[in-house]
Unconditional design. Sequence first.
Length: 285
Amino acid sequence: MTQSSKTPPDLTIQPRDMAFGRDAPSGRWWLGGDPVGTAFYNALSATFPLGERFFMDSVRRYRNVAPAKLKAQIAGFLAQEAMHTREHIFFNKQIADHGFDIAAMEDRTRARLDYARTRPPLQQLGATIALEHFTAILAHALLADPRHLEGASDEARAMWRWHAIEEVEHKSVAYDVYMAAAASLPAPRRWTLRVLTMVAATHLLFAVVGSNIADIFTSDGINNGRTWRRLFHFMLVRPGMLRQVMGSYFAYFLPGFHPWQHDNRALVSEVEQTLAATYGVGAPA
């Protein structure tokens, strides 16, 4: 992967208006019949509609400080996130149809985000760039290693890969907005705010997703030590998504960090080509 200290000048944020699963209902354990792996993705999906609206609001608030090129990228970011919200609302309805209490998971997410919305706007933007970094590095891992969605239904695999493509593509938008919004702050203060909000965002993400997973395990009647050991193996060993993203996660804490220090557009393009024949990926919405 090539190195960069800023967003590539030829980057285009391209919304892909796609819909998944409308004619193919998902199974209860759609990830190869595995209730543990399925629980992780379902728990994550339950946070997306409200989380992405928070991201959109945080970025939209600072559009006026962005130069013209960044404003165009913000527009693409907002369009992509709106479509992700729509698709995860539908995906979450399918989860709820299997008897999982998505409403309780959404209430948990809402409570955390309602508190976040009481913080100063720049802190909200800081939380957004932290969580956008999380989604981008998880998305890269998902695209780079096919084992993460091994055994998934075709529609679920396509939806998660589509989402991941766009998370990688817009991974610097909120960050660049933050740098523009905080330009008047001394560099050490910008770094401190960025780091502290990542610590808070990490706690929020693990607390909410972990509690969602516990709810799902309880619904399946498998909320026990053996199942949690299987989850840790799934996350840390095989396929080991958390292990795979650890280096990229800690890179965020370095002064001078930028999301495009690792240019993974080639990976995005490769995966996009595999979706194109079936879903027509590539044409703007």
